[in-house]
Design a protein around this ligand. Structure first.
Ligand SMILES: [Fe+2]
Length: 321
């Protein structure tokens, strides 16, 4: 049952999306953290899907809260994936891994994540290296590539186990991005999705080369270079993790953070340049997710916000904003 306070919002977002000219529409959420409103969230997506032609739905990670015992992690991850798959069916669902997804204490249990998300291998348009959290999905008709980037990796101790989770892109993934995922054809458009921003201190352009994120600056520079050489557009790199909204453009790449779906844990840390949407339980601002409306000719991505927060517009392909 749709809650009363969501009805106008469902109407509003559907009307707005359908009033725009577009080449592709997709949905997005992040940092749901097992929120109490997950059932409402699923109902709201289903209601909007009846009127809006979603191509697919993405999630930028933090389905869980971390620090759960291994068996519980396994069970709940599966349940969360099932919830999203059902909510967006029959459209595909592309999940990115968050820092709270699939780890037990300080130990990495990436196999649980892979097992819970291996449904992506059944999608014919997905290329995913065996046992990895990162992959890309091609949409031939629209000439669009989604790249789901893993922004965490595991450092081994000398005896092999356990492993320590670190922010960053490991060397194997970095090579895969440079040699495979970023090999995009001329005239195509790329959207990237990850939990963590690949560049710490990304608010200050002059600082990004000093990012402590392993391989962050390397990957960013490679993306900029490849897009110029191969003549493809990079529309937006979507990020979760921060629980607030932000938009920064560096060397023509738009980094857009999307605020958390959960209304319970906002404002955990200060956001120097971003903002946290106001949240109030039992109002439309308890839910929060995004509808991206892409117009290839105009080089715009309208971000229509369901629930808390504001609609945004990203213009790409021009001079730096
Ligand atoms: Fe989070």
């Amino acid at each position: 049952m749709i809650k009363e306070w969501y009805k106008d919002e469902i109407q509003r977002v559907c009307q707005k999306v359908n009033s725009l000219e577009y080449d592709m529409v997709f949905g997005m959420a992040t940092d749901s953290h097992l929120d109490n409103s997950m059932e409402d969230f699923a109902e709201n997506i289903k209601a909007v899907s009846q009127k809006v032609n979603f191509k697919c739905f993405a999630h930028m990670g933090d389905f869980l809260n971390g620090n759960l015992p291994r068996s519980v992690t396994k069970k709940i991850l599966k349940e969360q994936m099932a919830l999203y798959l059902d909510a967006v069916a029959p459209k595909p669902f592309y999940p990115a891994q968050g820092n709270h997804d699939g780890f037990w204490g300080d130990m990495a249990i990436d196999s649980e994540w892979f097992e819970a998300t291996n449904f992506t291998n059944e999608y014919k348009n997905v290329t995913r290296p065996e046992g990895k959290q990162y992959f890309y999905a091609d949409f031939e008709e629209e000439k669009v590539r989604f790249i789901i980037v893993g922004t965490f990796f595991y450092e081994g101790f000398d005896d092999g186990t356990p492993f320590k989770k670190r922010d960053g892109i490991d060397d194997v993934q970095a090579l895969w991005l440079e040699n495979e995922a970023f090999n995009v054809k001329e005239g195509w458009t790329v959207f990237l999705f990850s939990h963590e921003v690949p560049l710490y201190g990304f608010e200050e352009k002059s600082k990004y080369e000093e990012t402590p994120i392993h391989n962050g600056a390397r990957i960013f520079q490679s993306l900029v270079k490849k897009s110029k050489e191969n003549k493809f557009d990079v529309a937006v790199w979507f990020i979760g993790h921060h629980h607030g909204d932000n938009h920064v453009c560096i060397d023509g790449i738009n980094f857009v953070t999307v605020a958390s779906q959960t209304a319970y844990v906002p404002q955990l840390w200060p956001m120097k340049f971003g903002y946290y949407p106001e949240r109030e339980l039992n109002t439309k601002t308890e839910d929060l997710w995004e509808i991206a409306v892409w117009n290839k000719k105009e080089k715009t991505v309208n971000l229509i916000r369901f629930g808390a927060g504001l609609d945004r517009v990203v213009n790409y392909g021009g001079e730096e904003a």
